[in-house]
Write a protein that binds this ligand. Structure first.
Ligand code: UD1
Ligand code: CA
Length: 427
């Protein structure tokens, strides 16, 4: 059956205490709402509606920059009167649509396409009027609770603020992700009221209304509560980042990467790491980074976008690399900054080497050819090229190209003043 998707992203996100709309807060460098958009787009719905309201223009322009397989249609909710009211804003767009509407909150970035597919299948094969994606959590605080009757059938959802003490004990929660028969949803939305503690039009009230009309409501229970977590606070934003890093670490370990401390491996989901690479503690790997196989990275290394490490590269402690290629078997073992550089294979970069790639206006490239040896504490003032198998004396500030096989020395000659200490005492 045909289905469309509607994502709710009009809210302010009061609990974030921010000038930035909640759905634009960066999670591992990308707006929170991008995640669910990307996941939903993967499923290939006929259309995606995105309800925006609070700082709508800002949200819309932020999302226009993002590459998405299916572009969302924006729906404006001028006043944010609740999740039910938000869906109502798409009424005209949906009035001729008889398929399924998959409704999701913009603030749930961790949901997987597989779970959404499971939900859609469950909804269709069960013939339900609505199906709620639910999960069971230890601490249900803040979520709507799933109320079931003695037969175990869902009878409604009660929001935390409206719940009785008894209902607050329920640990099965509403993820805010649902499948609806679109036309039944529209009919029921016409009947909801704002008669609750928050004075809002709750989407959740549709469930109760459907049941009162004797329609069947399904609940598709997912076992992984992290998938449905909502980002409402800065704490939850941090927690979601941790989960994404952890998922990435697990994925890499399963693919043959050694990670000494997965809790401090901050590897972006889009980064690539080859097998038999060892990641030491406290390593940050940004997106658009490719690490070959058999490498060593860290501890305390920072690989920024555009970094490409060939196989067998060693990047040691307190090293930052940005927009640079490091060739096969080369070593950058300690305390270096490598930016906008092309480093060949078999190169050794001494401790404290800096590529001076920025003159305050533009960035310039450093080229270090195969087999070169860069002495410790070298400054490479770009643009500059170091020839094949060339050497640089420690402590040099290199401003001119060095030919193949040459030794570059660019530091003042040492002077030793004999008996200097004794002479000073006398005077
Ligand atoms: C909602 C659910 C709750 C569920 C929880 C899961 C309701 C009434 N409650 O609560 O049962 O457990 O999500 O995370 O639906 N939004 C709008 N327009 C509005 C209000 C909200 O677009 O007028 C959007 C928000 O931007 C957000 C989403 O809807 O993306 C959910 O709103 P939020 O205020 O976070 O709802 P919760 O209180 O978390
Ligand atoms: Ca929420």
């Amino acid at each position: 059956m045909e289905y469309r998707s509607l994502i709710l992203a009009a809210g302010k996100g009061t609990r974030m205490k921010s000038d930035l709309p909640k759905v634009l807060h960066p999670l591992l460098g990308r707006p929170v709402v991008n995640y669910i958009l990307q996941t939903v787009a993967q499923l290939g719905p006929e259309k995606i509606y995105l309800v925006i309201g609070h700082q709508a223009e800002l949200v819309q322009s932020a999302l226009e920059k993002v590459q998405l397989p299916v572009k969302p249609d924006f729906v404006l909710q001028r006043e944010q009167l609740g999740t039910g009211h938000a869906v109502m804003q798409a009424k005209e767009l949906l009035q001729d649509f008889s398929g399924i509407l998959l409704v999701l909150p913009g603030d749930a970035p961790l949901i997987s396409a597989a779970t959404l597919r499971g939900l859609l299948d469950y909804h269709q094969s069960g013939g339900y009027s609505a199906t709620i994606l639910t999960t069971v959590v230890d601490v249900p605080t803040g979520y709507g609770r799933i109320v079931r009757d003695s037969a175990g059938d869902v009878v409604g959802i009660v929001e935390e603020k409206d719940a009785s003490d008894q209902e607050r004990l329920i640990k099965e929660i509403n993820s805010s992700i649902y499948c609806f028969d679109t036309q039944l949803l529209l009919a029921c939305l016409g009947e909801i009221t704002a008669d609750n503690k928050q004075g809002e039009y709750y989407l959740t009230d549709v469930i109760k209304i459907l049941r009162q009309k004797d329609y069947q409501v399904g609940a598709y229970l997912t076992s992984d509560p992290t998938e449905v977590m909502g980002i409402n606070t800065r704490q939850e934003l941090a927690q979601a980042g941790k989960i994404l890093w952890r998922r990435k670490a697990d994925e890499l370990m399963s693919a043959g990467v050694t990670i000494l401390d997965p809790d401090t491996a901050y590897i972006h989901p889009e980064a690539q790491v080859g097998p038999d690479t060892i990641i030491y503690p406290a390593v940050v790997v940004a997106e658009d980074v490719v690490i070959g196989s058999g490498c060593q990275v860290g501890p305390f290394a920072y690989l920024r976008p555009g970094t490409r490490l060939a196989d067998g590269v060693k990047v040691g402690d307190f090293v930052e690399i940005k927009n640079s290629v490091v060739g096969h078997g080369s070593k950058v073992p300690h305390h270096s900054y490598i930016g906008d550089a092309v480093i060949g294979s078999g190169v050794n970069i001494g401790a404290g080497t800096i590529t001076c790639n920025y003159d305050g206006q533009k960035k310039s490239r450093t080229v270090i050819s195969d087999g070169a040896f860069i002495g410790s504490n070298t400054n490479l003032v770009a643009p500059v090229t170091v020839g094949e198998s060339a050497y640089i004396a420690a402590g040099s500030t290199i401003t001119k190209d060095i030919p193949d096989g040459a030794l570059g020395v660019a530091r003042s000659r040492q002077v030793n003043k004999e008996n200097w200490v004794a002479a000073r005492k006398k005077s």
